[in-house]
Design a protein around this ligand. Sequence first.
Ligand SMILES: Nc1ncnc2c1ncn2[C@@H]1O[C@H](COP(=O)(O)OP(=O)(O)O)[C@@H](O)[C@H]1O
Ligand SMILES: [Mg+2]
Length: 508
Amino acid sequence: MLARVYSCAVIGLDGVIVEVEADTRQGLPKTVVVGLPDAAVQESKERVQSAIKNSGLTFPRKHVTVNLAPASVRKAGPVYDLPIALGILLATGQIPPQSLEGSLVLGELSLDGAVRHVRGVLPMAALAREQGIQRLFVPEADAAEAALIPGLEILPVSSLEMLYRHLIDQDKITPFVAEPAEQVTYQEIFTDLGEIKGQEQVKRALEVASAGSHNMLMVGPPGAGKTLLARSMPGILPMLSVDEALDVTRIYSVSDQLPESRPLIRTRPFRAPHHTISNAGLVGGGNWPQPGEISLAHMGVLFLDEMVEFAPRVLEVLRQPLEDKIVTISRAQGSMTFPANFQLIGAMNPCPCGYYGDTVRACTCSSSTITRYQKRLSGPLLDRIDIHVEVPRVDYEKLSNDRLGESSEKVRARVEAAREIQRQRFGSGRVRYNANMGVADVRKYCALTDEGRSLIKSATTQMQLTARAYHRVLKLARTIADLAGSEQIAPTHLAEALQYRARTQVLQ
Ligand SMILES: Nc1ncnc2c1ncn2[C@@H]1O[C@H](COP(=O)(O)OP(=O)(O)O)[C@@H](O)[C@H]1O
Ligand SMILES: [Mg+2]
């Protein structure tokens, strides 16, 4: 008898319906899985057989064929264990024929029949909803994640036996009801800006960068507080909106990095990969492409500490996504696109010994080593960094002062206000923040006064700004004006933006 159960695959970040067909016929007892299954799916025969037996059910002593359709989609991972098991139970008449109608089934099986967590439940649930499926059987651990998509009946399954009893109407499973979202507090995770002494101009730069999602590079001697300042950033970034949160959560779901306790990611990601990271780790890749750090930093921050230590080749691959806000990975089977609208924050020492330009300690590097060191960041990459700040050492008086600076919460309120202006300006289109503006948006939203125009004219020649840098300065000035609540970009706003850019030009 032929039986059919619906399950789901994930391609890139999207779900695709997979039909699991099971058929039994007389012959030598053997199970064959066809339909482009990978190694993990092949192994599922063994798990399914043990799980069925250990749940007190019967595995047929017949020839069993399992087909995963459409055959053109490669099936990866153990997510089909549970649907395959149900297909076999249906085909052998152990569960009623209509019992899985309108349902989608996901879950890995362990040998004793327990149902285990699978990755990518959020995009699969989203697809189910799109396709008009009413009911979703998911591993108990993933129920909260599936419930992020409203309008579906989510049935949490902890074992094959439990699901069997539900389907034969013996013990019904209670549908999952989501608890109201818990409040996320910032303080538990990050250093408060108020605890960081001095560095007012760096904090201001961080505020501007956060307000418009601009890229920033900090340069300063060891121990000046660069890492500390960067790590305080999540505390001044506004929460994700619900739409943004779902976009971000989908990426984490597919990469299997969702914390179990918090299915919906509400705070902006802050990713700080080590400088030994590979190309694929950073931008995404693998045989079966997975999102890299730049996609995990989508809508948030990618922090590259000790930026010159990253392999030049690895840094250069950032150029395209920094511009396009997406990354495309090409494979023989076709190409795959992941979102990567992140904000780059870099930190570095000014020279190999670290003390070039320091007011206290003398630098021991020769000028040629300094140049070589700084040249490790290429011109095209630096051109994409809008804010360049020096982080000088803090003197003893400031460090030993017990007075706290302005708290992250206060700064965040200003950042939020500036982002609200941007939300109203751009709506919910592709452009979300000032840094994302295209040429036409710049013309529309970054008009200057006469004085501003003559200022940027002389700066463009003096600083030899590229066309890209010119536009980036205008976008940055727009953010500074937004922070000040000013509709017009005043010359002072432009001057501050130019001053952040000026230091970048020196490095090149
Ligand atoms: N401005 C500051 N206020 C308070 N503590 C600081 C400050 N700057 C540095 N520190 C202290 O010095 C440590 C090292 O700072 P860090 O950010 O790692 O320096 P860097 O990355 O510039 O080498 C911090 O963990 C912190 O304890
Ligand atoms: Mg550091």
